[in-house]
Design a protein around this ligand. Structure first.
Ligand SMILES: Nc1ncnc2c1ncn2[C@@H]1O[C@H](COP(=O)(O)OP(=O)(O)OP(=O)(O)O)[C@@H](O)[C@H]1O
Length: 256
């Protein structure tokens, strides 16, 4: 492993990302009703839920873009509703469509984004990070304007690696990716996981969640109705997950 890409956070017992009894919403509309969720270092947690279940709202809370009505949030020991800027320094966020500077190359994007994040010292990590994220070297000095969604995600993952953030948030990362690109994306996620990053991925993609997640939480009616874990190398039963996903809501689970 390259010395520049060492694990960003030691494995710790305390969750890196956490919501405790969080109630939140927009004006008079409460969306989350006592959400409990915890993601640990080196864990990939997939949050599944139907349209409007509150998945993106959960990410917005952890990003400090909205504040909860009640309950508490934790991003690597920081309360994002109290210190959103500081919390975001500990996070990488990859939205459904990664926005990059189109006229810049992949390498230039990383250099510029690291400067914006005041991490000029991380420039030496750009090459190793692009390699670890799986972007072909022939693409490093090409303008990103012609990049596919999968290539853009690799640039975003390389940025997370170079920034050495302890946590990564992903919103619908595999929508629109073909199976090959999805597999490559999963490989890049495994690199982050191996380096101790806590990864929270909100998705509708059952197959992707079953393939890459360590735990899957089902968000329904504003709280987690069930959380399931993969048993080591044994992956999830996709049919059982599908039945669970389409079965409708259960009472909220106490386990996060
Ligand atoms: N800025 C906002 N102002 C008011 N209501 C909002 C806002 N953002 C989201 N909502 C509402 O909150 C609810 C939850 O939205 P959210 O985007 O968190 O759901 P989601 O689980 O991510 O759904 P999807 O899978 O469709 O993206 C929805 O009813 C949505 O209309």
């Amino acid at each position: 492993m390259n010395a520049l890409l060492h694990a960003v956070a030691p494995r710790q017992k305390e969750p890196v990302l956490e919501a405790r009894a969080v109630t939140a919403g927009y004006r008079d509309k409460t969306i989350l009703h006592g959400l409990d969720l915890a993601v640990h270092a080196g864990e990939i947690y997939a949050l599944l839920g139907g349209n409007g279940a509150g998945k993106t709202t959960t990410l917005s809370l952890l990003l400090g873009l909205i504040a909860p009505y009640s309950g508490s949030l934790n991003v690597n020991g920081i309360d994002p509703s109290a210190e959103p800027g500081l919390a975001r320094r500990h996070l990488a966020y990859i939205p459904e469509n990664v926005a990059l500077y189109e006229h810049l190359t992949a390498r230039e994007n990383l250099a510029y984004l690291l400067d914006l994040a005041r991490q000029e010292g991380a420039h030496a990590a750009i090459g190793p990070a692009l390699t670890a994220a799986g972007l072909a070297e022939s693409a490093w000095d090409r303008r990103v304007a012609g990049f596919s969604k999968g290539m853009r995600q690799k640039v975003a993952i390389a940025l997370a690696l170079a920034r050495r953030v302890p946590a990564l948030l992903l919103d619908e990362p595999t929508s629109g990716l073909d199976p090959q690109a999805t597999a490559e994306f999963h490989t890049a996620l495994q690199v982050l996981r191996e380096r101790g990053v806590a990864i929270l991925m909100v998705t509708h993609d059952l197959l992707s969640a079953a393939d890459v997640a360590d735990r899957i939480g089902f968000l329904s009616k504003g709280c987690l109705s069930e959380v399931v874990s993969s048993a080591g190398a044994e992956r999830f039963d996709v049919r059982a997950l599908y039945r669970r996903y389409t079965a409708g809501s259960e009472p909220c689970a106490s386990s996060s």
